[in-house]
Design a protein around this ligand. Structure first.
Ligand SMILES: *Cc1c(COP(=O)(O)O)cnc(C)c1O
Length: 355
């Protein structure tokens, strides 16, 4: 993430408000990926290629429900997870640089479902990439397990492991901590703190805003509330960065029983609960939302020292009480809400639990 965020003026917002979703992604990426890294024509081609297998002609679609409520349909990719959108772009960028440098890498991913399927889909058949996916046996949904285990490509390697996805993270963490091993085998991960994924996800917020805002001619432009189902807080961080660039959105983080983001925003309680609680929304069953680090950095006025101290304390004690400035309540820009979805086996349903 760059030290200083670009600021968008009203004219830019107005221009962006009438373009397609892929064009928005191109405009956004070009602000952060200069032509010395990827020339604009190449960047456009990579992004077009990334979205070429999506089922909806607009790629992303805003559905209008009743009473001003809208749903952003981010599920038109091959695996139906919104992660298809950002992972397809991230792996196009990755392959671009690998081809240029004549290199090969092996992506290692631990997953409870959505990330694994989407990561496999985005690199299956790629020449310079192998992918190893580790999944907790019996804990992914059936359809996702099938999505992962039925891809017949030489560069895709999928393994089932005993235990929960948190337990699975331990050996993966140990592998990546062994710097010499990682270098020798050219390993990389593609998890939700990957900056290019967050970057592409910013486009979701812009797209939603432009389709929902009644007009851009008011001073200031009207705000739009965006409710973000959150787990690792990648989408939330993307929205927060978009907001800092000048997009007038109000973010609401929605979580399930695994509510660390909610507690952090509401009362500065950035602490682990005892264990991950399985819910129907397994992609949100996350204990440690690492992208909160980006949000802390922005809330602290880009103070890297404060942010690092917070994260180091969290690594040590698994529990941090945030200073007041970082969770001013009620925050005009960011709020949290816990949605309780029942655990598998129960009747599907959820209810809101604000505050
Ligand atoms: C990944 C995922 C989430 C959580 O997204 P974050 O950006 O990590 O907060 C929520 N819902 C679904 C369906 C997902 O696939």
């Amino acid at each position: 993430m760059p030290e200083k965020l670009p600021q968008l003026d009203r004219d830019t917002l107005r221009q962006w408000s009438v373009v397609s979703y892929p064009s928005l992604v191109k405009e956004l990426c070009s602000l952060f990926i200069g032509p010395e890294l990827i020339p604009r024509d190449d960047l456009n081609d990579l992004i077009d290629r990334a979205f070429s297998r999506f089922r909806h002609k607009e790629v992303v679609h805003l559905s209008r429900l009743r009473n001003g409520l809208n749903v952003l349909e981010l599920w038109h990719g091959v695996t139906y997870a919104f992660k298809d959108l950002s992972l397809c772009c991230a792996t196009q960028f990755l392959q671009y640089f690998l081809e240029k440098r004549k290199k090969h890498i092996t992506v290692v991913v631990g997953t409870s479902g959505d990330t694994g399927s989407a990561a496999i889909e985005s690199v299956q058949g790629a020449e310079n990439v192998d992918i190893i996916v580790l999944l907790p046996k019996g804990r992914c949904t059936k359809i996702q397990e099938l999505q992962m285990t039925t891809v017949l490509r030489e560069n895709v390697h999928v393994f089932g492991a005993e235990g929960s996805s948190d337990e699975l993270d331990e050996p993966i963490k140990a592998v990546f901590a062994d710097v010499a091993f990682v270098k020798e085998h050219s390993l990389m991960s593609l998890n939700s703190i990957n900056w290019s994924r967050v970057l592409v996800q910013m486009a979701h917020h812009f797209f939603a805003y432009f389709r929902c805002a009644p007009t851009l001619d008011l001073h200031p432009p009207p705000p739009v509330e965006v409710v973000v189902p959150s787990g690792g807080a990648g989408s939330l961080a993307a929205g927060f960065i978009a907001q800092k660039m000048g997009l007038p959105i109000h973010l609401v983080a929605a979580v399930n029983y695994n509510d660390i983001i909610h507690r952090t925003i509401q009362r500065g309680d950035f602490s682990l609960s005892e264990a991950v609680k399985p819910t129907l929304a397994s992609a949100m069953d996350i204990q440690v939302p690492y992208n909160m680090e980006r949000i802390f950095w922005l809330l602290s006025g880009s103070d890297s020292q404060v942010t690092r101290a917070l994260m180091e304390q969290f690594e040590r004690t698994r529990s941090v009480s945030l200073p007041k400035e970082l969770h001013s309540k009620p925050s005009p820009l960011l709020s949290g809400s816990r949605l309780r979805s029942q655990v598998p086996g129960g009747r599907a349903g959820c209810w809101a639990d604000p505050g």
